[in-house]
Design a protein around this ligand. Structure first.
Ligand code: CA
Length: 220
């Protein structure tokens, strides 16, 4: 999947890019409205993350012009807390969903996933051996039995399951778990992984630790 990230705050743009890339998507970025519109006219995107407060052409104008010229790509608006009117206007102009800043990267991933799934026949279920995960309800079962997982454990599970068979670094896990301004230590990640491993082991799903590299989810 190809995601266009339109955000003029470079720190936020970096976080969004890393989040989308670690979810397995290709990304393009624009830091102003005109560039965004130019890229959108080129086509080929599956999703647009659109900040509203942008230099040169604001997000709502980008959205209006893109829709007027027939662009049907799903758009997820990123707005400030007090931007109620903008949100309403955005939805009226054909945005598909919105997130209010500050949002957690895990929530962003979930909303982005939901939008990317629209119009696709892909099943919302992911599996690894005896583990089945419902990406819409965010519920996991192991050999048909529901797994009791904390929200943090679910986020770790998602991050590893989306990249099963591949190594996921501790930094990638921290990024997929953290919201802005939130701190999570490497030790905390180890604890979540440890708990999750204990819950998955009885079903033959392994979480291997590769020293210095990260973690790998696989079936035994
Ligand atoms: Ca902005």
């Amino acid at each position: 999947m190809r995601v266009l990230i339109v955000e003029d705050d470079s720190i936020l743009q970096d976080s969004l890019t890393r989040t989308m890339r670690s979810a397995g998507h290709a990304t393009d970025t624009a830091a102003d409205g005109e560039t965004a519109l130019g890229l959108l006219r080129g086509g080929g995107f599956d999703l647009v993350l659109l900040d509203l407060g942008l230099p040169r052409l604001d997000g709502l104008q980008v959205l209006r012009q893109a829709r007027e010229t027939g662009c049907r790509t799903p758009v997820l608006i990123l707005t400030a807390r007090d931007g109620v009117e903008d949100r309403v206007k955005g939805l009226d102009l054909g945005a598909d969903d919105y997130l209010v800043k500050p949002f957690s990267l895990a929530e962003l991933e979930a909303r982005a996933r939901a939008l990317l799934r629209r119009g696709q026949a892909a099943t919302p279920l992911l599996s690894c051996g005896a583990l089945t995960y419902d990406t819409v309800g965010r519920r996991a079962t192991l050999a048909g039995e529901a797994l009791e997982l904390s929200l943090r454990e679910v986020s770790v599970l998602e991050a590893l399951l989306f990249r099963q068979g591949k190594v996921v670094s501790k930094d990638q896990l921290i990024e997929s778990l953290c919201g802005y301004g939130e701190e999570l230590s490497a030790n905390a990640i180890e604890v979540y992984v440890h708990r999750l491993r204990k819950k998955l082991e009885p079903g033959g799903v392994t979480l291997r630790t590769l020293r210095g590299l990260g973690y790998l989810m696989d079936k035994a």
